[in-house]
Design a protein around this ligand. Structure first.
Ligand code: ECB
Length: 137
């Protein structure tokens, strides 16, 4: 049984968000803002649903889904694309494939050493982030 992802997690490292954003076609101006953000993940699991909230001082983004159930996702405030998303378990990794205009797009979350790991990928670019649990929230 995989460890619970629920809780509040604060970003402690981020690598290659620039490459990931370029692959998504994000403008120079937005990339400069986004690259500086200290992101937080608030993850809830009501029933058989997952809710992942990504928050920052600039914008927030929320996605909710059920594992193994394809859904339409509009990446509002990110690259503003409509994708068909499917989240599945691959071992201890929660893996999302985002099918749409961009090839090989998605993300994976897993827990390792009490940290929440995230890889976001698009067209060969991979952004790797690590989050630490915030026990005060
Ligand atoms: C939510 C704050 C980000 C605001 C950045 C604004 C513009 C940049 C556009 C695209 C940036 C690409 C990545 C930003 C980083 C994270 C946003 C959420 C990434 C995501 O898909 O998270 C998944 C996995 O946790 C759940 O939605």
């Amino acid at each position: 049984m995989p460890a619970s992802f629920c809780g509040t997690w604060d970003m402690i490292s981020s690598a290659n968000i620039e490459g990931y954003m370029i692959a998504l076609g994000i403008s120079f101006y937005l990339r400069k803002i986004a690259a500086r953000l200290k992101l937080r993940k608030v993850i809830e699991q009501p029933g058989d649903q997952y809710i992942i909230k990504t928050t920052s001082s600039f914008r927030n983004y929320t996605v909710s889904f059920k594992v193994n159930q394809e859904f339409e996702e509009f990446t509002q405030g990110l690259d503003n694309r409509l994708v068909k998303s499917l989240v599945t378990w691959e071992g201890n990794k929660l893996v999302c494939e985002q099918h749409g205009e961009k090839k090989n797009r998605g993300w994976a979350h897993w827990i390792e050493d009490d940290k929440l790991h995230l890889e976001m990928y698009c067209e060969g670019e991979v952004c790797k982030q690590v989050y630490k649990k915030n026990v005060n929230e």
